[in-house]
Design a protein around this ligand. Structure first.
Ligand SMILES: NC(=O)c1ccc[n+]([C@@H]2O[C@H](COP(=O)([O-])OP(=O)(O)OC[C@H]3O[C@@H](n4cnc5c(N)ncnc54)[C@H](OP(=O)(O)O)[C@@H]3O)[C@@H](O)[C@H]2O)c1
Length: 289
């Protein structure tokens, strides 16, 4: 078998995929794509080969993908030219003779209900590029990482409760470590081509549920107040957030309120072979409780 290459291997998700691949099999058939030698040192220490390349550098990607059979493509950061970067990865994979590309996008109910600026449109475009590429591909649809809840509801939520523009919208969270583990299972199994997996906890929770879960864990009454998007943006502006970041998070909340994430699946449970972490465990880890 050729190598399994994980992009974004110096980041949270990609690194967790590499770690899961090493735990599930041989480090010798795993490679990580990196662009920073210092950040890549822990990969080498794990026995994983490091290949260098940037999503913006097509030629470097073609070189990095030589001898690779399967790629786990971590999506490029929002607020960048994600479609062009993903196109480089897909075109380079085809040029280098890669068999299968696995893309990590964000969960969505359908292509019409896709309100997250800078993310959903590029997910749809990337899926179309994969369909047209002739490569075998798999799309892994991820929910909001539970790990990022403290950033969403504010570090002060435990002390003072929180307000957010999510109404009664519900979202089935998951932690990136379990999403990574499921991806590694599929990479090791040789995932079926041309299908997508909806990876989430299997239970949808509202932000009132989050407040109630935090109250149970801390023994304090933690409140959730649904507010308007405009009020959320004004509050973040007062705290000095960059406006584009506040608008981005407001976009996620608007999607949650609109029901764009209110869809569960047992795909994650099936791949892990156990029930994914549920709300209390996810909150405990995310808030260090
Ligand atoms: N579902 C969610 O809730 C959620 C939350 C956060 C992010 N995301 C998405 O999922 C992706 C992974 O999340 P994460 O938390 O693992 O992000 P992260 O920790 O910031 O890692 C991103 C990785 O991508 C690499 N990278 C960024 N731009 C690149 C480029 N132009 N060429 C090559 N590599 C590049 C980074 O390399 P360096 O280490 O060199 O910077 C890093 O290894 C994000 O990029 C974002 O699209 C989803």
């Amino acid at each position: 078998m050729g190598k399994i290459l994980v992009t974004g291997a110096t980041g949270r998700l990609g690194n967790a995929v590499v770690q899961a691949l090493v735990q599930q099999g041989d480090a010798g058939d795993v490679a990580g794509l990196a662009r920073d030698q210092v950040k890549a040192q822990p990969l080498t220490a794990m026995g994983v080969e490091v290949r260098y390349g940037d999503y913006t550098d097509y030629d470097a990607l073609v070189s990095a993908f030589q001898g690779v059979e399967r790629i786990y493509m971590v999506s490029a950061v929002a607020f960048s030219d994600r479609i062009a970067q993903h196109k480089n990865v897909i075109d380079a994979a085809r040029r280098a003779g890669v068999d299968h590309v696995m893309y990590t996008g964000i969960q969505r109910l359908d292509d019409v209900l896709c309100p997250i600026d800078g993310v959903t449109d590029s997910d749809i475009a990337t899926e179309n590029l994969l369909k047209q590429s002739g490569l075998a591909y798999t799309v892994l649809r991820h929910p909001l990482y539970a790990n990022d809840l403290p950033m969403f509801i504010g570090a002060n939520a435990i002390a003072a409760g929180f307000a957010a523009p999510a109404g009664n919208g519900r979202i089935p969270l998951a932690c990136y470590q379990e999403l990574a583990e499921a991806g590694a299972v599929l990479l090791r199994q040789s995932a079926p081509a041309h299908r997508s997996y909806l990876l989430n906890s299997g239970s949808p929770w509202s932000f009132a549920d989050v407040a109630s879960g935090l109250s149970d864990l801390t023994g304090k009454a933690i409140s959730y107040e649904p507010i308007s998007s405009a009020a959320f943006l004004q509050a973040r502006e007062r705290e000095g957030w960059p406006p584009h970041v506040a608008r981005f998070i407001a976009g996620w909340y608007a999607a949650i309120e609109a029901g764009a994430f209110d869809q569960t699946s047992t795909d994650l449970e099936d791949l892990l072979g156990r029930k994914p972490k549920q709300l209390s465990a996810l909150l405990k880890d995310a808030f260090g409780l």
